[in-house]
Ligand binder design. Structure first.
Ligand SMILES: Nc1ncnc2c1ncn2[C@@H]1O[C@H](COP(=O)(O)OP(=O)(O)OP(=O)(O)O)[C@@H](O)[C@H]1O
Ligand SMILES: [Mg+2]
Length: 356
């Protein structure tokens, strides 16, 4: 039965409240006055950085941008492709195309994240990002109900009528996994073995049955059919550090693993030149020292490509610090990964032998 308002309340000739149809008509005319005639979507973006929530009326394109910014994916600037990098890129792209999530495993600083970001961006879909850690819970992956908003209106416009209205609003806020599953984005789950295995259980049905189950929702809203464009790249460290959890076998069984090792000499030299702009001979000198230290260090202490870039950046800054030399730069960069003063002494000796 249609509700028809027959007696709008009137005081001194003016309607106190608009009827529903009047309200709708006024909203439409307000929107067109604001130039909002294209399709608009209201989204609520929760930024993991500051946990701030804000409502915005934005277009589809802007929504993709806002989501990407909220789950900030690192830039893959200065990326270079040598034959061995291209081979890794192709393997990663092939398995993603075949419909499997790919797990990139390798030592610290060998280039896993850069490769994941580069290939994800090449796919041309928006990329969302999760950085695994001990505190990550399932709702950090899928989202949840945001805090309730309590809205009270106290209407005492007419002196002898006092009207109150309390509205409770709860809003579902998506997080990277649910966004990627719903809209077919590429998910990069960096360092996923740092997250407690129980929080990652939600991925099992996503990878196997193509269904994301939102445990706190009911009815048909509880299940999201994974979009055909959804892709997932996961990275983790091959070295057993403290704070690393062994992912459950059932999850590992549902993804393809690609083992990444440090790139070869030529590639590392090119990466250093690309990132810092130093001359080829200086880049070669740095890469030689770092690779020799790497060969002689135990797994967790091996310096990666990042160490080469750090030394090169230090060299570029040397001109303002004439009292510091190349040997000292190398020692300072590798010092962060030494286990004891005795170990430090050994590494110092190694650098002095190598550099002379
Ligand atoms: N193909 C590449 N082109 C340019 N730079 C690269 C390339 N691969 C790696 N790098 C650089 O090498 C450094 C280490 O790479 P990255 O951070 O991807 O390693 P990672 O394996 O993810 O390290 P971690 O285990 O510490 O997270 C970064 O500074 C990155 O920019
Ligand atoms: Mg990384």
């Amino acid at each position: 039965m249609q509700h028809v308002e027959t007696h709008p309340r009137r005081v001194r000739g003016e309607a106190v409240h608009m009827t529903a149809s009047e309200k709708r008509a006024s909203e439409i005319s307000h929107d067109s006055a604001m130039g909002r005639n294209e399709p608009q979507i209201q989204v609520r973006i929760k930024s993991p950085a500051n946990m701030d929530c804000s409502y915005e009326l934005i277009s589809e394109d802007a929504r993709h941008k806002a989501i990407e910014e909220a789950f900030l994916t690192p830039e893959s600037s200065h990326f270079i492709s040598t034959p061995e990098v291209i081979e890794m890129e192709s393997r990663l792209a092939l398995w993603l195309e075949a419909g499997y999530p790919v797990h990139l495993i390798g030592p610290t600083g060998c280039g896993k994240t850069s490769l994941a970001v580069h290939v994800a961006k090449e796919l041309g879909r928006p990329v969302v990002w999760i950085n695994g850690d001990e505190a990550i819970s399932t709702s950090d992956l899928i989202g949840g109900y945001s805090q309730m908003q309590n809205e009270s209106v106290r209407d005492n416009y007419i002196h002898n009528v006092f009207k109150t209205k309390d509205t409770m609003k709860i809003e579902w806020v998506d997080n990277p996994l649910s966004l990627a599953c719903k809209y077919g984005y590429t998910l990069i789950y960096n360092e996923f073995s740092r997250t407690k295995p129980a929080s990652n259980n939600i991925l099992l049905s996503v990878f196997e049955e193509g269904i994301l189950e939102l445990p706190t929702k009911f009815g048909e809203d509880r299940y999201i059919k994974v979009h055909p464009d959804f892709k997932a790249i996961l990275t983790s460290n091959s070295i057993e550090y403290a704070g690393i959890h062994r992912p459950q076998d059932a999850l590992l069984d549902r993804m393809v693993g690609i083992y990444a090792d440090y790139y070869g000499y030529e590639t590392e030299v090119r990466i250093v030149v690309e990132h810092t702009g130093i001359t080829l001979d200086k880049a070669e000198k740095i890469v030689n020292v770092v690779r020799s230290i790497r060969d002689k260090s135990s797994d967790a202490q091996k310096p990666g490509t990042r160490a080469c870039i750090m030394i090169a950046k230090g060299m570029a800054a040397l001109k303002d610090h004439q009292n510091i030399d190349f040997k000292q730069l190398c020692i300072d960069v590798i010092a962060s990964k030494t286990s004891s003063p005795a170990d430090m002494e050994e590494k110092k000796k190694l650098v002095l032998d190598l550099v002379g």
